[in-house]
Ligand binder design. Structure first.
Ligand SMILES: [Zn+2]
Length: 106
């Protein structure tokens, strides 16, 4: 699987992974900081707010820019500026090349 696509699976529903990380990074504003700075998470509503599984599956919101574009080092990726810039290019500037299988004409 494309590395950037694989990494993106760590961007959503990532609360447990982010909280287990030493550092996390935002590929929207390119900041790197400890997860303790995160103050907001999305994903809970009145129907599941006391469900521990749902809490672990919340999505981290960046404390610097407010976007849901955080990835923690517990994901297995090294969080550094180069990695964040590659994610930024792939996801916000749509420069990732995703090859689709050629259509076979009947
Ligand atoms: Zn940010």
């Amino acid at each position: 699987m494309n590395e950037m696509l694989a990494a993106h699976r760590h961007i959503t529903n990532n609360r447990a992974e982010i909280e287990a990380s030493q550092q996390c990074g935002c590929f929207n504003c390119m900041q790197i900081f400890p997860p303790t700075e995160i103050v907001a998470w999305t994903g809970l509503d009145m129907s599941n707010f006391n469900d521990p599984n749902a809490q672990n599956a919340e999505t981290a919101v960046c404390p610097r820019c407010g976007s849901e574009s955080l990835i923690g080092d517990k994901s297995g990726y090294e969080i550094n500026t180069l990695f964040l810039s590659r994610m930024n290019q792939a996801w916000f500037q749509k420069t990732a090349i995703i090859r689709r299988p050629a259509k076979k004409e009947p």
